[in-house]
Design a protein around this ligand. Structure first.
Ligand code: DP6
Length: 341
């Protein structure tokens, strides 16, 4: 076996779901299709140093430091890929990752981190097919498979999109230009540790009294959203995106056990934002993940309006700690190092 070392960098942005994935079964398969926006500025970058040797060693660091707990999903993913591609074990990996966004900012780091790792591991064995990268990213963390793709992507089988799959995400192509270059202003209302992990949240749906109806409603909402995207209809886009976020939180509140993940600042924002939007007619919708922080998804043409409102609200309410600006962006990519080091 010829010994050599290669280095490359993989970058993958986080994504924010407009139709939520909440509930899974079997091996990380979603109970309903979800649709999200891949971002730009909030990303994970993993630097891979790969040596061809039969030790199959694996070392992870986060910004150069060993971090307890960070690597359990990563280790599982490595083992899972090695099950299908035993040649992965002919390599030793040294992976150092960093996130551009702060921990606890309501930005999913598992989506960006696990898509980065899936692509990085597969790169070592020459697997570059997007569907396969999505497949393994999904096994790492469900929402990660959507980050593999640019802009708006859909994960989950639906008759509405040809080629859609529970296995990996596919691009959403039929989009009116008004929805291109969407922006996301992320308001950090609280950076406290998440009260409930995604895994616990998904598990809640296994026995949730409203689960069956929720999975149907998610499909109905998806259909409405796809029509809005196609027709350039902001009013119905706003209605569906906000309803999805509130449904996710309603499910959490009515679950057994019950979780209240919004904070007073989240609700204060929602109430004032809706009132302001009626007056300003801004093309902007709020959404939330499984936490208190607010994402304001808006048209690039209304950024100035949205930013002015957010600044005013932050000053007058004192609730938000900070705001992170982001925009629709590119999926997972390997940035350098095709050759040997
Ligand atoms: C609320 O993808 O983090 O962000 O598959 O268990 O890793 P696992 O869950 P994860 O769940 C994301 C849930 C969500 C909604 C979404 O992104 O669709």
């Amino acid at each position: 076996m010829e010994n050599f070392t290669r280095s490359y960098l993989v970058r993958s942005a986080s994504n924010i779901a407009l139709i939520k994935y909440w509930g899974k079964h079997s091996e990380q398969l979603p109970c309903n299709p979800s649709l999200s926006l891949t971002l730009t500025n909030c990303y994970t970058e993993s630097s891979f140093t790969v040596a061809k040797d039969s030790r199959g060693a694996l070392e992870f660091t986060l910004e150069g430091k060993q971090k307890e707990g960070f690597d359990s999903k990563a280790l599982k993913l490595h083992q899972r890929i090695a099950r299908d591609y035993p040649q992965l074990l002919d390599f030793s990996f040294n992976v150092d990752s960093r996130n551009t966004f702060p921990h606890g900012a309501g930005i999913a780091s598992s989506a960006s981190a696990l898509s980065c790792l899936a692509q990085g591991f597969l790169e070592a064995i020459g697997v570059r097919e997007q569907g396969l990268i999505g497949h393994y990213a999904r096994l790492g963390s469900g929402s990660a498979c959507r980050s593999v793709l640019d802009g708006l992507s859909l994960w989950g089988t639906t008759k509405l999109i040809e080629g859609s799959s529970d296995d990996y995400a596919v691009p959403v192509k039929d989009i009116d230009p008004t929805f291109l270059g969407l922006r996301d202003s992320i308001l950090v209302v609280s950076s406290e540790e998440k009260e409930v992990s995604s895994s616990a949240g998904h598990a809640l749906m296994e026995t949730h009294p409203y689960a069956k109806r929720r999975f149907e409603v998610a499909r109905e909402n998806l259909e409405k959203l796809l029509i809005s995207l196609k027709n350039g209809d902001w009013n119905s886009f706003i209605e569906v995106v906000e309803r999805e976020a509130l449904e996710l939180h309603a499910l959490m509140m009515t679950g057994i056990p019950s979780y209240t993940l919004m904070r007073p600042g989240s609700l204060d924002f929602i109430v004032k934002f809706r009132k302001w939007r009626l007056e300003s007619e801004a093309r902007a919708a709020f959404t939330l993940d499984a936490g208190p922080n607010i994402h304001v998804i808006h048209s690039p043409e209304d950024t100035h309006l949205v930013q002015a409102f957010i600044q005013d609200w932050m000053k007058s309410s004192g609730y938000a700690e900070r705001v992170i600006e982001d925009v629709a962006g590119r999926g997972t990519r390997t940035l350098e190092g095709k050759g040997r080091a």
